[in-house]
Ligand binder design. Structure first.
Ligand SMILES: O=C(O)C1=C[C@@H](OP(=O)(O)O)[C@@H](O)[C@H](O)C1
Ligand SMILES: C=C(OP(=O)(O)O)C(=O)O
Length: 450
């Protein structure tokens, strides 16, 4: 049911999300079903395409990023049914059998699609591929995957010494390496592991801190041979295995749940139940930080679904206090920092976020954009080279803000607007569909005027 104080204004292809807090105030109530996990959705489509036989994916995220992955792997020869149902079927083509596409592969806005796919393409002997993305993706750094792939013997060309897309790839027989990654990045780790699937010998990736481990879990489920040394944050893949199609059940995305967890915690009088949330420990940094800030979040009905831990999360409004977010927890909450910045605006005291320089090379420079847009609303946020300093407790006022076409920024600003006086307009809000196509309708359903 649509309520008048959350509405969409559409002008040509651009959507503005208008949030007008009623004078009587508002609170949030209800049960929320969140979309499927984006990281797991990409990996299920890719491994399904590389496997022998059929893969069935339940609960795939029907957002724009997985659509880009599906489009690329269709062009590479996998049969993937239209992404319009809860159950997606992929007829795999078998490892090493991808076709040479007739046109450029376009990863759209999705860093995960482009970086993981590069590892797969580089190891497809004798075939030539070209890859690109939208203007945001074409400005994001690719050397972090190109360099280790070149060490394995890959042939890759592109702008600025092959550090920026568009890129061209000549598939080669690769050799296993031991790679000490300078950054904790699941995209780098996964790219190298995927390249290692068909490389000669063993391929090892060692990270400075643990990043999300969905690739490791799913590769093993599809039949790859892997060994994990969690003390050293090291994973080894043994080349030459065969992958077999599987049934994958995709849990809800904790990165999408994060918007409701913060909304429920900061909007007075709220109580929300967010159902079916993936709570893989490599992703739950957000829960640890919100608990540190004094949020009231209970995990209910904890269970394991197809190898991934899942729970329902109940959040109630509470008074938050500031905290420090830095160090090894950063990769376990990297995509949640924009919405954590919103939580910090409504917390007592000054929150400091450090070691998060990776945010500068996401879909937008999330440090600069969150600071500038929250400050337009009246917050006191200071940019640090590698994070943010947020003085909590200043009231916000509705103004015009911009998503910079970044989905996480659009949704974070919408949640901030729930506690701002007057009318907030979030321009270019259509970006939310990258990871959360139903964000606005869910927001409309849970908002109640007091
Ligand atoms: O592997 C993945 O699915 C992802 C890894 C993270 O990126 P980095 O590996 O660049 O940190 C994250 O920000 C992105 O949304 C998804
Ligand atoms: C950074 C993100 O995704 P990607 O790197 O896949 O574009 C994200 O979803 O926040």
């Amino acid at each position: 049911m649509s309520v008048p104080f959350v509405r969409l204004k559409v002008v040509e292809n651009q959507q503005s999300l208008v949030i007008e807090k009623p004078v009587s105030g508002l609170s949030l109530h209800g049960n929320i079903q969140i979309p499927g996990d984006k990281s797991i959705s990409h990996r299920a489509l890719m491994l399904g395409a590389l496997a022998q036989g059929e893969t069935q994916i339940q609960g795939l995220l029907l957002g724009e990023d997985p659509r880009s992955t599906a489009e690329c792997f269709r062009a590479l020869g996998a049969e993937i049914c239209p992404l319009n149902t809860e159950l997606v079927r992929v007829q795999g083509i078998g490892l090493g059998n991808l076709l040479e596409p007739l046109d450029v592969l376009n990863a759209g806005n999705s860093g995960t699609t482009l970086r993981l796919m590069l590892g797969i393409l580089a190891s497809h002997l004798g075939r030539f591929f070209t890859v690109t993305g939208d203007s945001s993706l074409r400005s994001r750094p690719m050397s972090r995957v190109v360099k280790p792939l070149q060490e394995m013997g890959a042939k890759i060309w592109g702008r600025k010494d092959a550090s920026l897309a568009p890129l061209a790839v000549q598939g080669k027989q690769l050799k296993g390496i031991i790679y000490h990654s300078p950054i904790a990045s699941a995209q780098v780790k996964s790219c190298i592991l995927l390249a290692g699937l068909m490389a000669e010998g063993e391929t090892t990736v060692i990270e400075p801190a643990l990043s999300r481990d969905h690739s490791e879990r799913m590769l093993q489920a599809f039949g790859a041979k892997l060994s994990v040394d969690s003390e050293r944050n090291s994973v080894t893949i043994f080349g030459g295995a065969k992958l077999t199609g599987q049934t994958v059940i995709v849990p809800g995305d904790i990165s999408s749940a994060a918007f409701w967890l913060v909304a429920g915690a900061i909007v007075p009088g709220s109580e929300l139940l967010v159902a079916n949330v993936g709570v893989n420990p490599t992703r739950t940094g957000i829960l640890e930080v919100l608990e540190m800030m004094g949020a009231d979040i209970q995990q209910e009905n904890q269970r394991i679904v197809a190898g991934e831990p899942v729970a329902d999360l109940r959040v109630k409004y509470s008074n938050l206090k500031s905290c420090e977010i830095a160090g090894d927890i950063i990769p376990r909450l990297i995509d949640e920092i924009p919405i954590l910045a919103v939580a910090a605006v409504f917390a007592e005291g000054t929150t400091v976020i450090r070691n998060a320089e990776e945010l500068r090379v996401k879909e937008s420079d999330r440090i600069a954009v969150m600071a500038s847009q929250l400050n337009l609303m009246g917050a006191k946020v200071t940019e640090l080279p590698d994070g943010l300093e947020i003085a909590g407790g200043t009231p916000l006022t509705g103004v015009d803000v911009d998503s910079y076409t970044d989905h996480r920024i659009a949704m974070s600003l919408a949640i901030a607007a729930l506690n701002a006086q007057g009318i907030t307009t979030i321009n270019r809000a259509e970006a939310a569909a990258i990871s959360y196509p139903n964000f606005t309708s869910t927001l409309q359903q849970i908002c109640q005027s007091n």
